[in-house]
Write a protein that binds this ligand. Structure first.
Ligand SMILES: Nc1ncnc2c1ncn2[C@@H]1O[C@H](COP(=O)(O)OP(=O)(O)OP(=O)(O)O)[C@@H](O)[C@H]1O
Ligand SMILES: [Mg+2]
Length: 295
């Protein structure tokens, strides 16, 4: 199994289904409740495990019930949890999410408190073939990218806002969310944005753009890989599946355009199912769909 080292935020999401989004200081009744783990790198690690790769998640937790629930959920989903760093007396990150009948969401996020600032415990298993980081723990991300560079393997960042305090200089591959590319480069034009980002950061660059698919910049040219046309049920977590699939395919030795196509396919299949981890596709389903696209 090809191994990917993922680093970033791990959150416990408590999702309440409510008739309407609350807007007053009173009591509301929920019709359903579900507790799931979330966070960019966390979801990506689960996606990699579902796609037949092996994934370690490096993230910071508190020694609280939320942290324990995150650990156990990740282990159940086949993610290696040896690099989850528990800090005594710290609080894990968690969110309370309210979803109404129309699928609109209200999210209250607690970022965690007193989580370790140290990064010296980060270490890549010898079999690691790529590193994927989100931008929610900037110091950890910078250290993991340094380790990837030293090991001579791809160091990929799922670049999303906010970007302050993020040092992307050791990354080999930057996959931007559209808003993050605009924020970093000061332009809404994808071609200009990608060109500026590639020049500024000396990395391979691409941007994901929801139902439009993704765009990458190679040989001074903008290339587009359209999204698959699918029956969309739930796009939550599609970006995280995209990044996990991209990091796994690169780790397996594929070219960047091949990895983008694979990632578009995995992310589109996720959109056809409800739920984040629950809706992630397995490898056989993605490979079957890829064959149909190539045919
Ligand atoms: N409606 C859709 N139909 C088909 N594919 C989609 C759709 N929405 C997203 N995707 C796929 O998922 C990829 C990532 O989506 P997007 O660009 O929205 O990620 P993101 O900005 O990181 O969002 P998030 O992290 O909130 O999921 C897209 O490049 C595309 O391949
Ligand atoms: Mg994203």
């Amino acid at each position: 199994m090809t191994h990917v080292y993922c680093l970033g935020i791990a959150v416990l999401d408590v999702v309440y289904g409510c008739p309407d989004i609350p807007n007053a200081a009173t009591k509301y009744k929920a019709d359903s409740i579900e507790t799931v783990t979330g966070g960019g790198a966390t979801n990506a690690a689960i996606a990699i495990a579902k796609l037949g790769g092996s994934a370690t998640l490096a993230a910071r937790l508190g020694d609280d019930p939320q942290g324990a629930a995150i650990r156990s959920d990740l282990a159940q989903n086949g993610v290696n949890i040896e690099q989850l760093q528990l800090t005594k007396g710290a609080q894990s990150s968690s969110s309370s999410i309210i979803v109404d009948q129309l699928g609109e969401r209200q999210i209250i996020n607690f970022r965690g408190a007193n989580l370790t600032e140290k990064t010296d415990w980060l270490s890549l298993p010898g079999s690691t073939k790529s590193v994927l980081a989100d931008t929610r723990w900037p110091d950890g991300m910078a250290h993991a990218l340094e380790l990837a560079k030293e090991a001579g393997i791809p160091g990929i960042v799922d670049v999303d806002t906010p970007l302050d305090a993020c040092d992307l200089s050791d990354a080999s591959h930057l996959a931007f969310a559209r808003r993050a590319l605009s924020e970093l480069t000061g332009t809404d034009t994808l071609e200009d944005g990608l060109r500026r980002a590639a020049d500024q950061l000396c990395a391979w660059v691409c941007v994901t753009d929801g139902s439009e698919g993704c765009y990458y910049f190679e040989n001074n040219t903008l290339h587009h890989i359209p999204a698959l046309k699918v029956d969309v049920k739930d796009t939550l977590g599609a970006g995280d599946v995209w990044h996990g699939a991209f990091a796994l395919k690169l780790a397996e030795g594929a070219s960047e355009p091949e990895a983008c196509q694979f990632a578009n396919t995995a992310a589109a299949l996720k959109c056809t199912q409800k739920g984040v981890a629950k809706g992630m596709p397995d490898r056989a389903t993605v490979d079957r769909m890829m064959k149909e696209i190539i045919r």
